[in-house]
Structures are given as structure tokens and as C-alpha cells.
Design a binder for this molecule. Structure first.
Ligand code: HEM
Length: 494
């Protein structure tokens, strides 16, 4: 008791002192916290909407070809950077010129999307999923094969192949579905030119377009390999294609061994011949994955551009007449000249108006909406935190429809591509930075050649007025673009 009473006053002092210290500490922490919150601008991204709402909203908009509008409505509400759940997981959507630039050019902390659907469908060794020196090696081989100098070598073969295919498809017909036609022609040209297949090996008994389309759908399916589900069908179709590609590689390797050299100068030979920094060749799996990647990357995108171009020509008489005049001039100028690769190359380069129409089509309806990446470490952008492991999405349509970049963006105006070049990372149908599309020139050449041969041999009338567009995830006329065909008898008088 004495002990207690003797301590009583000092215990009170002690308690008061303790209370004062606690209050001071809390006060200091509050002030520091307040200051650090205000001094450190990094904060969480604005939420785009609810998890379910975003998922359903985005997919409904995509089906209706309005995914660009859906994203723009979010930008109006939340600003140029926000988070969303468009594919069922957290995603930071970065838009505008700086958003595109950030995602497309940052290598430290941003890597390719490693979603199971992507790695299973394209393959673990696809150049789309690998980074650093492996990406450089594979991309270098593809760029080398698709650069203008090389395309000039193929262009004669591409041209005659397209002429033959169109004749086969259209001769004697009075109607045709232009989307299916575009898909078949692009598929055949990609298989023969990129894979170096003989024309008769593209069809029922070998590489089938249906299998490629089913495989591509796997990229956007829920990755459950359950029989009957889309993803399982995609995996099965993929296996069929890979078997054919594998046989092509084996046959080519055998031929190269027998001949002690390679008479065919194509991408297959190029993949077989390249060596990495240790002098090692690519594995068979790596070659299969990358040939399949090229087929998938080329097919839907280029068919979309061609189909949307043909749809536009059917709806817009003014643009049709100008494209037709340009193509007629090219055909007229060729009369009597020996047709070789150089001439055809120069002709495609002279189709300036037609290509501007294609550019404007891609501004309105980019064949590739954009793409995902993954944050490999905590990132900061525009004052916001993007945590490690989050997906990031760049999208083409916000800058393509920005009135500060493209005057009156709602107007179809190919002449906007005439002037001085457009600011970098604002017009991005082929992406940008280290992952820029290597197939730009190939797509341009193929589309222009098909347009040339179609327009100089046929006129057509759409059977559905202003056919709607469906985007799943690539834009196409929703009803296959059926048209009535009218062969042109005298090419130069009409
Ligand atoms: C109109 C036609 C095409 C469009 C609009 C298009 C669009 C794109 C875009 C936007 C990217 C970049 C994706 C990203 O940043 O992740 C890309 C990448 C790619 N494209 Fe294309 N593409 C087209 C045709 C082609 C063709 C014809 C080929 C091959 C013959 C091809 C092969 C590739 C490959 C291999 C990549 C991946 C590049 C890499 O990861 O480094 N594309 N394409």
C-alpha cells in the first residue's frame, strides 16, 4: 500500500506523460500521413464500373461493333486512364497518345500478356509471348522476310495467285458473299506465300481455313479445356493445324538435307536457317508455334481490312468512283507492258488514293482493337499506381476518334492521310514500338492487289443496305456481305 501510495502521484504523472506521447505520436503520424498523401500523388486508378457491369457491357458493345464507343464513354466519365474488368480480371486501360506510347515503348516493367488462352493457342514459343533477345531473333527473321525488298520478289507470285483465286471463286457466279471470299483469298495467299505451300495443299485434306478460324476464337474464349466448349474446340483445331505445319517443316528439312541447300526462299526456310547467339537452331516446336502465329496474326486482320473496304465501296459511290478510276488508270497504263514483279510493285505503290481509303477504314474500324500487356513490377503512370501482375490495355480507337488529332473524326475522309505525317502513337492500326506489326507491307500489298483485280473485273451491288458491323473481336460486316455481281466486259470504257 505504501508502495502504492508512494507511487501514486508519480504514476499519475507517468500516465499523463504516456497519454501525451501517444497523442503526439498520433498527431505526428496524422500530419505525416496527410502530407505524404498530398505530396505523393500516386493513388489508385479510378474504377471504370462494376466487375459484372464492365464484363457484360464491353462484350455486348464488342458484338455490336461498338467497343470503341464503349471505351470512349468511359474516358468521358473517368478520364484517359482507368481500371476495368473487361476480360474478367483487373485491367488498367491507358488511352491517348501518351497512354499508347507508355504501353508500346516501355520495356522495363511491361511484358507481353501471359494469359493462358494466349500462350496455349499461339504456343509457348510464339514471338508474341517471348521477350528480349529471343523476340529480337524471331522478329528479325519475320521482318527480313516481309520487308519491301523481299515482297518485291514475291509480288509476281502473289499477283497471279490472287488472279487465279478470284477467277476460281467468281467465274460464272451472279452473287457472292464478300466476307467469305476475302477470308478464303487471304488465307490461301498467306499459306502459299508465307508458308511456301503449293496451292493445292490448302483445302480439305490439309490446312483448312475453318480450323484456323476456330483456333483464333480460342484467343478470346474462357480457357477451360472442357469438351464441347469453345476453348476445347480451338485446342483441337490448333492440334490439327500444328500437325500439318510440323509435316511441312520435316519435309522441308529433308529436302534441304538432300539438296544440301535450300531452293525455296520463304519464311519456313528462314526459320530453319536462323541461329541464336549460341549458334543453336530453333526447335521444331518453336518453328511450329511461330508459323501458326503468323497465320493467325495475318488472317483475321487482313481479311477484316479487305471486307470492310469492300463494304465501304458498296455504300459510298463517291469513294467507289475514285478508287475505280485509280485502278482503271493502273490497268490502262499496264496494257502492252511485260508484267513482272517490279512493274506490279510500282503499280501497288502508285495506288495512293486506294491505300488512303484503307487507312481511313482502319481509323474507323481498326482490325486490332489494341492489345494487353502485363505489369511485371509495380508501375506508375499519369499519377496512378498500376500494381505488379495487373493487365494493361492499349486501345486504338480513342486517338483515332479524337477531334484534336483528326478533324471531324466522324467524317469518312481519306484525304486526311495526304498531308504531313500524323503525330506518333496517335494512328496505331499496326501498333508501335518494339512490337509493331511486321506484316504491314504484306497486308497492304495483298489488299491492294485484290481490290485491283476485283474492281477492274466486276461491279457489285450490296444485297443488304448499310450492313451492320460485328466485332468479335475483329470487325467484319455482320451478315457476310452478300452482293450481286456484274462482270465488266469492256474494262476501260465503264
Ligand atoms: C491489316 C492487317 C494487319 C493489322 C491491322 C495488324 C495489326 C497488328 C497490331 C496492332 C500488332 C501489335 C500488337 C501489339 O502491340 O501487341 C500486330 C502485331 C503482329 N502482327 Fe500484325 N496486323 C496485320 C497484318 C499482319 C500480317 C499480314 C502478318 C504476317 C504475315 C502480321 C503479323 C504480326 C505479328 C507476328 C505480330 C507480333 C509482333 C511482335 O510481337 O513483335 N500481321 N499486328
Amino acid at each position: 500500500m505504501e508502495l502504492f501510495s508512494s507511487f501514486a502521484p508519480s504514476s499519475f504523472d507517468f500516465q499523463m506523460a504516456l497519454l501525451a506521447i501517444i497523442l503526439m505520436t498520433l498527431g505526428t503520424l496524422y500530419v505525416l500521413g496527410f502530407l505524404s498523401f498530398n505530396l505523393n500523388p500516386w493513388k489508385k486508378l479510378p474504377q471504370g464500373s462494376s466487375f459484372i457491369g464492365d464484363f457484360i457491357g464491353f462484350h455486348t458493345a464488342m458484338k455490336a461493333g461498338k467497343n470503341g464507343e464503349w471505351i470512349r464513354s468511359r474516358i468521358r466519365k473517368y478520364g484517359p486512364v482507368f481500371k476495368s474488368c473487361v476480360m474478367g480480371s483487373h485491367i488498367a486501360i491507358l488511352t491517348g497518345q501518351s497512354g499508347n506510347k507508355f504501353i508500346l515503348t516501355t520495356s522495363d516493367g511491361i511484358a507481353s500478356d501471359d494469359a493462358p488462352a494466349v500462350t496455349t493457342i499461339l504456343g509457348r514459343k510464339s514471338l508474341i509471348g517471348v521477350e528480349g533477345s529471343r523476340h529480337k531473333l524471331l522478329k528479325g527473321a519475320v521482318m527480313n522476310m516481309l520487308k519491301p525488298e523481299r515482297l518485291q520478289k514475291f509480288i509476281g507470285e502473289m499477283n497471279s495467285s490472287i488472279q487465279r483465286l478470284l477467277l476460281q471463286e467468281l467465274e460464272g457466279k451472279d452473287s457472292v458473299k464478300l466476307v467469305s471470299l476475302s477470308r478464303r483469298v487471304i488465307f490461301a495467299v498467306t499459306c502459299t506465300i508465307v508458308l511456301g505451300l503449293p496451292e493445292d495443299s490448302v483445302g480439305e485434306n490439309s490446312l483448312r481455313l475453318e480450323d484456323l478460324l476456330t483456333t483464333s476464337q480460342g484467343l478470346i474464349a474462357l480457357p477451360f479445356n472442357i469438351p464441347g466448349m469453345l476453348f476445347a474446340k480451338a485446342c483441337k483445331a490448333r492440334a490439327k493445324i500444328c500437325k500439318v505445319i510440323y509435316n511441312i517443316i520435316m519435309a522441308r528439312k529433308l529436302k534441304m538435307e538432300e539438296e544440301k541447300t535450300c531452293s525455296q526462299d520463304d519464311i519456313v526456310a528462314s526459320f530453319i536457317n536462323i541461329r541464336d547467339e549460341e549458334g543453336k537452331p530453333l526447335s521444331d516446336e518453336e518453328i511450329v508455334d511461330n508459323l501458326l502465329t503468323l497465320l493467325i496474326a495475318s488472317n483475321d486482320t487482313t481479311s477484316s481490312l479487305l471486307s470492310m473496304f469492300l463494304r465501304h465501296l458498296g455504300n459510298d459511290a463517291h469513294v467507289y468512283n475514285q478508287v475505280f478510276e485509280e485502278q482503271k488508270e493502273v490497268a490502262k497504263a499496264r496494257e502492252g507492258s511485260p508484267v513482272d514483279g517490279k512493274l506490279i510493285w510500282n503499280e501497288t505503290q502508285s495506288m495512293k488514293y486506294s491505300w488512303r481509303v484503307a487507312q481511313e477504314i482502319m481509323r474507323f474500324s481498326p482490325p486490332s482493337v489494341g492489345n494487353f500487356r502485363i505489369a511485371t513490377k509495380d508501375m506508375k503512370y499519369g499519377g496512378f499506381d498500376i500494381p505488379k501482375g495487373w493487365r494493361m490495355l492499349w486501345v486504338a480507337s480513342p486517338t483515332h476518334n479524337d477531334p484534336d488529332i483528326f478533324e471531324e473524326p466522324e467524317k469518312f475522309n481519306p484525304s486526311r492521310f495526304e498531308g504531313p505525317s500524323i503525330a506518333p502513337f496517335t494512328y496505331v492500326p499496326f501498333g508501335g514500338g518494339v512490337r509493331i506489326c511486321p506484316g504491314n507491307g504484306f497486308a497492304r500489298t495483298t489488299v491492294l492487289l485484290v481490290i485491283h483485280h476485283l474492281l477492274t473485273n466486276y461491279r457489285w451491288t450490296p444485297m443488304i443496305h448499310d450492313e451492320p458491323i460485328s466485332t468479335n473481336p475483329v470487325p467484319f460486316p455482320a451478315m457476310d456481305l452478300p452482293v450481286k455481281l456484274h462482270p465488266i466486259v469492256d474494262k476501260f470504257s465503264s
